[in-house]
Design a protein around this ligand. Structure first.
Ligand code: SF4
Length: 115
């Protein structure tokens, strides 16, 4: 893969992952829909849960990804971490802090994946 390919990782809610196999996030990425519509050439280099409130293992796993050849350029916070009126999701209370923490590691953050 060339350097023109955007390396993407997705972090999602540990609690909601108990009832979610990741289909929505992964098909949105594979089909370049919704939050991935404009992404162009991209590959998924990480897909992991936060580890439980308040995002317990995100920093550790992001560091691990950063140590790899294919370190992420951007990390998407999954739609399940964000309030969704239609689906009645409660947004993650730590989402702002999680976003700041990832950005402090020099990685761009995008909010949302499939809705
Ligand atoms: S920190 Fe946010 S994303 Fe992680 S389990 Fe708690 S509510 Fe879900």
């Amino acid at each position: 893969m060339s350097d023109d390919v955007t390396k993407v990782a997705i972090v999602r809610c540990e609690r909601i992952s108990e009832a979610c196999a990741g289909y929505g996030c992964l098909t949105a990425f594979n089909d370049r829909r919704v939050k991935f519509e404009e992404i162009g050439d991209a590959e998924l280099v990480g897909f992991f849960t936060c580890g439980g409130c308040p995002g317990r293992r995100i920093k550790r796993l992001v560091k691990k990804l950063q140590s790899k050849d294919r370190a992420p350029d951007v990390i998407h916070l999954s739609s399940c971490m964000l309030y969704d009126e239609e689906q009645d999701y409660i947004s993650c209370p730590a989402v702002d802090e999680i976003e700041r923490m990832i950005e402090s590691m020099n990685i761009k953050v995008e909010r949302g994946t499939h809705h």
